[in-house]
Design a protein around this ligand. Structure first.
Ligand code: NAD
Length: 498
């Protein structure tokens, strides 16, 4: 018998018809650890109806009341962060220290949402015209949908859910079917924190659940994170149905190393950001761009560090890198290593066939390094989303910049240099949404916002932070007069300010 993971609707587990389900694996053993219910139309309807029914009460809850729930949630999350990290590791495979980092960043987003009272203040213009005041109010959108990817099963839902709730919306969260338990844990903690039933619902499943949310007339907005083809589809379908949509997509993140960089710092950063979470991060470094003449030295330093990486079960504190999430994903990533070889890149470190103590059935792929990668190779053009790092070489800064700006993705990028003016020029010229200067994974803190450019984000709002509050509210402007006895009488002219 394996566990069954059910939807969470109206403040409790919801079993529904459960006509379809999916397998959830322990990636380190390759075994099925649970089955997750997949939503059909009836479950979509039940989740949206519960969120709609909860809306008047939650929207009407005072700012103080909503903030109290979020504070209590923050405290519960902090107290139980290790439990949540273990859940993430058990289904995703990333090592527990990495999962703990994910949870820590998630908590920062809850802390930001606790500032709702300040963040939702509108503007007020007294006496805009004689005796007339004008003011703005930020109101919730209604029921909103959040659709999240497998690679951050706790953090990405918590990029959106706290802000959406803080603004007075109610939510249907559709987590990845590959690692759905973190979302249920979050919903249980929010209920314990005092969130009313129905204000957050968790709907499990696949395309059927996503399409149900995209076409439902009671869902007013969608926040999506996932791969670029699905992000584009979600954006186009959701907006066609009249919804506000932000859809964050995939990435191909470059790290430029200039000749004046500290090469030890750069090599450490490339290995950390290339192989952390087995490369399954949207901000993972995928391509190191070595500017002549430091390529050989840099590759040697990266290779030396890779030889010391410990791959193993994420529950073992000695492990630094875990398995890939599923067998299918493992096969896909391994096929890119084959392609890189046949396309003529130099395979410096081959992670295929790695032997890991423990279960041989786990979805293991060791850290892999290619050198002399060209932009026409599939290992360069495609998002691999695994522990495969490419080194491309360029003759100059200008060539490096041109290469990056020609790439269709624009999520994250980093420059390593000892020269402030080169860094400053780069941050100005590069067409990427998040830039690191001697920082390889420039994920903005919770009080900025997260978002890529070009094919890495569809829509005009970035995630969380100030843009998150903007996304989850709509502005109403009130023009108000309390007439005294001397009002001007009938006037058919266009109103003028006097
Ligand atoms: P994915 O696109 O396969 O799935 C994302 C979500 O969409 C899941 O909830 C999934 O159930 C759903 N989905 C999958 N196929 C669908 C379909 N045909 N129709 C409708 N819905 C569908 O992504 P993933 O593999 O879970 O996550 C990895 C991807 O997410 C990578 O491309 C990564 O770069 C990206 N990502 C981006 C960011 C960012 O902020 N830009 C953050 C994390 C992950």
């Amino acid at each position: 018998m394996t566990d069954r993971i059910s939807h969470w609707i109206d403040g409790k587990p919801f079993t529904g018809t459960a006509e379809r389900s999916g397998e959830v694996f322990d990636p380190a053993t390759g075994q099925v650890r649970a089955h997750v219910d997949f939503a059909g139309d009836a479950e979509v309807e039940a989740a949206v109806a519960a969120a709609k029914a909860a809306l008047p009460g939650w929207r009407g809850t005072s700012l103080a009341g909503r903030t109290r729930v979020l504070f209590a949630f923050r405290e519960l999350l902090a107290a139980r962060k290790h439990e949540l990290a273990k859940i993430v590791t058990s289904e995703h495979g990333k090592v527990e220290s990495d999962a703990a980092g994910e949870v820590a960043r998630a908590i920062e987003n809850v802390e930001y949402a606790c500032g709702a009272a300040q963040l939702l203040k509108g503007g007020f213009s007294e006496n805009a015209s004689t005796g007339v005041d004008v003011y703005s109010i930020a109101q919730p959108l209604g029921v909103v949908g959040v659709i999240s990817p497998f690679n951050f099963p706790a953090m990405v839902p918590l990029w959106f859910v706290p802000n959406a709730l803080a603004c007075g919306n109610t939510v249907v969260l559709k987590p990845s079917e590959k690692d759905p338990s973190a979302a249920v844990f979050i919903a249980e903690l929010l209920a314990e924190a005092g969130l009313p039933a129905g204000a957050l619902n968790v709907l499990h499943g696949d395309k059927v659940a996503v399409d149900g949310l995209l076409s439902h007339s009671d869902v007013k907005a969608i926040s999506f994170v996932g791969s670029t083809p699905i992000a584009r589809y979600v954006y186009e379908t959701g907006t066609r149905h009249g919804k506000r949509v932000q859809a964050l997509g995939g990435a191909k993140n470059h790290m430029v190393v200039l000749p004046d960089a500290d090469l030890d710092l750069a090599a450490d950063a490339a290995v950390s950001a290339g192989f952390g979470s087995a490369g399954e991060r949207c901000m993972a470094v995928s391509v190191v761009v070595a500017v002549d003449p430091i390529g050989d030295d840099l590759v040697a330093k990266i290779t030396e560090r890779m030889s010391r990486l410990r791959v193993g079960d994420g529950r073992d504190p000695a492990s630094e890198m875990g398995p890939l999430v599923t067998k299918a994903h493992h096969a896909r990533v391994a096929s890119y290593v084959d392609a890189g070889v046949s396309e003529g890149a130099s395979l410096v470190v081959d992670g295929r066939g790695i032997e890991v103590s423990g279960s041989s059935e786990g979805f293991w792929l060791g850290p892999t390094l290619f050198d002399h990668v060209r932009t026409d190779m599939s290992i360069y053009t495609d998002e691999i989303f695994g522990p495969v790092l490419s080194v491309a070489r360029t003759a100059s800064y200008d060539d490096a910049l041109e290469l990056i700006n020609a790439n269709p993705y624009g999520n994250g990028v980093a420059i390593f240099t000892g020269d402030g003016s080169s860094a400053r020029r780069f941050q100005n010229e590069v067409e990427v949404g998040m830039v690191g200067v001697n920082v390889p994974i420039p994920v903005p803190v919770g009080y900025y916002s997260f978002g890529g450019w070009k094919d890495s984000l569809f829509g005009d709002s970035h995630a969380y932070g100030p843009e998150g509050f903007h996304f989850f509210t709509r502005t109403k402007v009130v023009t108000s007069r309390w007439p005294d006895r001397s009002h001007a009488g009938v006037n058919l002219g266009f109103p003028r300010n006097s």
